[in-house]
Design a protein around this ligand. Structure first.
Ligand code: BT5
Length: 260
């Protein structure tokens, strides 16, 4: 399979039911999240996928930046899920990413709550779920960025060290094959709607559980042991005084506990 991304090469290699019914490949774009939202506002069909050769203003959570230079993968999927599936989209995308990484590179991916995909303890991919509405139609956009063959040194230093698939696997990775596999896995999970099974697979790869962490929300931080996560990705933290606090995935950042 050639490693050339284009509307045609992707469409030709794809055999999915919902995700990828429409493919928009853009060589350079500020952010595929914004492009996918514009598609939603214009009434695009469910399963529209926007893929970028590179992004100039890639977005992370909480107004952070995601760098996606050439050689990486950056895509956003437009969905019109019911309320039942909306909360599971980040978990679903993480599972799809881990499966495709395993299939295409043989590497085992693990997750750092709530949305980081790690290989050998370093961040290889990030997931961002956003939602909006056009009139009374609610939409969700799920963004996935993967470091594939892009040089890591060029990214700079992050709190959580970054890596890419070619470095971890020792050889360059065919991005088209990875993309097609990722969309196919996501399609299977989304169409199945089996949130229980998806959650169990995700939880099994969650390296955060049982660890001492600091949960940062705005200006405040709480320390404790990450005790459990529920099906919607909410984390329960066991505080040192024995109390329990629950955190929603959307609005917090996880750091190692500075006191250990
Ligand atoms: C994420 O946010 O990890 C979600 C990233 C989602 C990116 C995709 S690409 C396609 C779509 N279009 C977009 O514009 N976004 C989505 P968060 O957990 O907030 O992590 C962001 C943090 O990761 C940054 O503050 C950096 O520390 C670090 N970072 C930035 N670029 C990185 C990279 N390429 N690899 C590893 N870490 C990175």
């Amino acid at each position: 399979m050639e490693d050339i991304l284009s509307d045609i090469s992707i469409k030709r290699a794809l055999n999915t039911r919902v995700i990828g019914r429409r493919i928009l490949y853009l060589p350079v774009v500020p952010s595929t999240m914004l492009a996918a939202k514009e598609e939603a506002i214009a009434g695009a069909i469910e399963g529209t996928v926007v893929i970028a050769g590179r992004q100039t203003m890639g977005k992370g959570r909480l107004y952070r930046t995601w760098l996606s230079p050439p050689g990486s993968l950056a895509l956003s999927i437009l969905l019109y899920p019911g309320l039942d599936l909306t909360a599971s989209l980040t978990v679903m995308a993480a599972v799809a990413a881990a499966r495709s990484i395993k299939t295409i590179t043989g590497l085992e991916a693990r997750f750092k709550w709530p949305n980081d995909v790690l290989v050998n303890g370093k961040k290889v991919a990030g997931i961002l779920a956003e939602s909006g509405a056009r009139g009374d139609i609610s939409y969700a956009v799920i963004g996935i960025g993967v470091n594939v063959n892009n040089p890591i040194a060029a990214l700079g230093d992050f709190a959580l060290p970054a890596t890419n698939l070619s470095r971890e696997g020792g050889k360059s990775v065919n991005r088209l094959a990875l993309l097609v596999n990722l969309l196919t896995e996501m399609d299977g999970l989304y169409v199945s709607g089996d949130t229980k099974a998806i959650y169990h697979e995700w939880r099994g790869k969650l390296h955060t559980l049982g660890k001492r962490v600091s949960v940062v929300s705005g200006d405040s931080a709480r320390q404790g042991v990450a005790e459990s996560v529920d099906e919607n990705g909410n984390l329960t933290l066991r505080l040192d005084d024995g109390g329990l606090v629950k955190f929603a995935a959307g609005d917090v950042t996880l750091r190692p506990d500075p006191s250990v």
